[in-house]
Design a protein around this ligand. Structure first.
Ligand SMILES: NC(=O)c1ccc[n+]([C@@H]2O[C@H](COP(=O)([O-])OP(=O)(O)OC[C@H]3O[C@@H](n4cnc5c(N)ncnc54)[C@H](O)[C@@H]3O)[C@@H](O)[C@H]2O)c1
Length: 343
């Protein structure tokens, strides 16, 4: 248990890494110790902004700062598993941006190293902190909807040429080895929400399409996926990044024995329908806006809750909000869906 400030270091100081660093700096019981980023051209700017040492490799940073308590892995997806393992093997806890890994085997290896070292892995699924998500969890867990019949997840976003830097071979997004695919990079939050609410899936069927990303990505931009839940009910995920101009929606529709719910908006942030027997919808807290990357909107701007959860857990006052088993299950579900590409 940590008594004083919790000491953080960030690996990969791009868009989301800087957000992690900023949230750490803003937290009264957290301290930013150092940053690492392979791109030395941004080091001066990072030093000026955060006033901490900046390293090119995480190994060098780990060696110089044994006082680190927790390492936030914010590098490209393909680096997450090995960098998490390196941090755990140095006896640091880990906060891992989504996805935890690009395959189940690597996610298992991260879990194994965490168990061996008796360290924690916090997976970043910050949408869970959005008021509609917390409310959905409560409604589903209290069985207010009765039996679950059908769940439909729709994710329709815009990720165009500019987003993938026109297919620049040096850029990680759009590459199978570093990005992994649309379900890993764009839509794993929504698969996490579905898994968090309804559990694992089986009997998966899927079709994939590449409508307008032939020049920019090595994978599909669209998929139609259907399955059964292991517990009860059936479901589907329809997703696409080929939407023209701007994001359309990310929604979940739930048809239960005693009522229906639809939570929509760009990232499941607005309750559009709540029609349940003998139930009045409570007034929810206001939802924070999506992460804004200029033209592109992402998921919820809730990273301060993630840092708060890490600090509180390492001080022994809370539990990990999204643990490594949950991170692994999301990776496994995506891997099982993508396996169908080869059939
Ligand atoms: N939780 C969320 O809502 C959310 C939102 C955006 C991105 N992400 C995740 O965060 C990660 C980073 O995404 P981003 O949008 O910030 O990308 P980005 O391209 O803006 O930043 C990535 C940074 O990592 C650096 N880097 C590359 N290889 C590295 C290595 N081996 N070691 C250290 N640094 C390295 C790059 O130089 C760059 O600065 C991805 O895994 C992505 O899925 C999560």
């Amino acid at each position: 248990m940590i008594e004083g400030n919790v000491n953080f270091a960030v690996v990969g100081a791009g868009r989301i890494g800087r957000r992690h660093a900023t949230m750490v700096v803003k937290h009264e019981s957290a301290k930013l110790i150092a940053l690492s980023d392979i791109d030395t051209s941004v080091h001066e700017e990072l030093k000026n902004e955060f006033n901490v040492p900046v390293y090119m490799t995480h190994q060098e940073m780990f060696k110089n700062h044994p006082e680190i308590d927790v390492v936030n892995i914010c590098s490209p997806n393909g680096e997450h598993a090995q960098q998490s393992i390196d941090a755990l093997d140095n006896n640091f806890n880990v906060v891992c941006e989504k996805p935890m890994a690009l395959n189940k085997l690597d996610a298992e290896s991260v879990m194994f190293h965490a168990l061996k070292r008796n360290k924690l892995v916090f997976c970043v699924m910050q949408n869970r902190y959005s008021p509609p998500a917390k409310w959905l969890k409560e409604v589903v867990e209290s069985k207010t909807l009765g039996k679950i019949f059908l769940v439909q997840v729709n994710c329709y976003w815009n990720r165009d040429n500019d987003y993938y830097k026109g297919g620049d071979p040096a850029y990680w997004k759009g590459k199978l080895s570093s990005d992994g695919g649309t379900l890993f990079t764009q839509f794993s939050h929504f698969i996490d929400t579905m898994f968090w609410l309804f559990g694992d899936i089986k009997n998966i069927g899927a079709k994939f399409y590449d409508f307008n990303h032939q020049e920019t990505t090595e994978f599909e931009d669209t998929g139609i996926v259907h399955f059964d839940f292991v517990k009860e009910g059936a479901g589907s995920i329809n997703y696409s990044t080929s939407v023209w101009n701007s994001n359309l929606e990310s929604s979940i529709t739930i048809i239960g024995e005693k009522g229906s719910i639809k939570v929509g908006g760009q990232y499941m942030n607005e309750v559009e329908v709540c029609n349940i027997e003998n139930y009045t919808m409570p007034t929810l807290e206001e939802t924070l806006p999506a992460n804004d990357y200029g033209k592109y909107k992402g998921s919820a701007a809730n990273h301060h809750f993630v840092i708060e959860n890490v600090v509180e857990t390492l001080k022994g006052r809370n539990f990990v909000n999204t643990n490594s088993l949950e991170g692994l299950k999301v990776v496994e579900i995506i891997e099982n869906i993508y396996k169908l590409k080869n059939q």
